[in-house]
Write a protein that binds this ligand. Sequence first.
Ligand code: C5P
Length: 233
Amino acid sequence: MAKNVIIALDFPAKNETLAFLDQFPADEKPFIKIGMELFYAEGPQVVRDLKERGHKIFLDLKLHDIPNTVKRAMSVLSRLDVDMVNLHAAGTSGMMKAALEGLTRDDGTRPLLIAVTQLTSTAPDALKEELLIHTPMPETVLAYAKNAASCGLDGVVCSPMEAALVKEKCGQGFCTVTPGVRFAGGDVGDQKRVMTPEQAARNGCDYIVMGRPITQAPDPVSAYRQALREFLG
Ligand code: C5P
């Protein structure tokens, strides 16, 4: 698995997204993440357009539904020729296995399939009082990750702080995709527990997802190259 920096393109529409990407030289094509906002605003065509421009794409739509629906939706996403997609591990093993089947193309290839364990926005109190899960958060996250691994998924989205433990428990080949990465001395924004790209690499992260430290930087291309240098060494 090739370690990489993924830029979160959290822009509301295609115009802003292209204006951002146009700052990069024609031969420099960052791995990008398209989330719900851009996808719902522009539809699947924005994915085709960005793929056409030569980018690898993580389509971050976090699917969660009955197995048959997720299988069919994954098959549609797979035809968009994206490189990575995700779902909620809370959909349980039936849904995760169906997702893998739907994703697999006729030639046997498929995008990487990554699970969200518990959203980082879910507080421990809500886990217990609203979701009625009485196992502490770190154990819950790890149990969901192990379940995803045993269903054949490729990895999980997790905090860089959890990456080493996830790999220890789920296998070194199980990918960790980690948001919450900031440059030393940078603005942490609404992220609570952050690591620098260099620390994330040392902690076993395979893909770091960075949004605002790159998209809002005065010089985004330099910020992206700095992230690559620090992360890949
Ligand atoms: O701007 P920033 O670097 O914080 O962006 C991080 C990206 O990763 C955003 O697209 C955010 O939605 C996503 N993300 C996250 N925390 C999670 C899951 C996804 O920050 N637990």
